[in-house]
Design a protein around this ligand. Structure first.
Ligand code: MG
Ligand code: ZN
Length: 215
């Protein structure tokens, strides 16, 4: 019985997500669903990415998902890009319906790329398609090597993995190669970038890759 209910929720979600996808296409938007556990640095990644895209003449728009509060949306808003905050009021992920409502409030102002910053959570954000073109996962090196084994779904669903805070590697026992090998076993086509929002290392490479998808 329970399994049946979960399945119908996901089917209803996918129908709305498909409508979102068509709407994004119509508006000429490339859409990134940015996911991670809490504190991996999604908002910092967004700030650094949006700045560089702007330098290349590409305007961004952002939907910020948080359980409560507007801290992240305020940081994004300071970059003078359109941003809409979704407060899920307890829900630990975004679903297609929340995104559909947020898009209605978004002034695109010529944006070519829409970033949807999901709620910080390593589990269910990966289960809900919201109509995006690409799922991107951020993992901080402080989270350890065991995350791909313990939370395989997000690694499997993501096209790209940004391994963040690599400036902290000298202070950690993390085996970066081992982490990457484990992630590759779960998702052989996963594209990975080592980045640091603090030093800027690797960000240009990631942004160049992202630009290939934007027309
Ligand atoms: Mg955030
Ligand atoms: Zn959830």
């Amino acid at each position: 019985m329970k399994i049946k209910i979960v399945r119908s929720i996901l089917e209803a979600n996918d129908r709305i997500a498909e409508e979102n996808r068509l709407l994004f296409k119509e508006k000429g938007l490339f859409v990134v669903n940015l996911m991670s556990g809490p504190g991996a640095g999604k908002t910092s990644v967004l700030v650094e990415t949006i700045k560089r895209l702007k330098e290349k003449g590409v305007q961004s728009a952002v939907i910020e998902g948080d359980i409560e509060g507007t801290e992240d949306a305020d940081r994004i808003s300071a970059l003078e890009v359109p941003v809409v905050q979704i407060n899920t009021g307890g829900a630990c992920h975004l679903d297609a319906n929340m995104v559909r409502q947020a898009v209605q409030d978004l002034e695109l102002n010529g944006a070519k790329i829409l970033f949807i910053e999901n709620v910080g959570n390593l589990v269910c954000p990966a289960e809900f398609y919201v109509g995006e073109d690409m799922k991107v996962m951020v993992l901080s090196v402080t989270e350890g090597e065991d995350k791909p084994t313990k939370y395989p779904l997000m690694f499997r669903e993501s096209k790209t993995l940004l391994i963040n805070k690599i400036d902290l590697l000298p202070y950690l026992d993390l085996d970066l190669e081992k982490l990457k090998n484990t992630a590759s076993k779960i998702n052989p086509s996963l594209k990975m970038f080592d980045i640091s929002c603090k030093t800027g290392k690797g960000i240009d490479k990631w942004v160049d890759y992202l630009l290939e998808f934007i027309n």
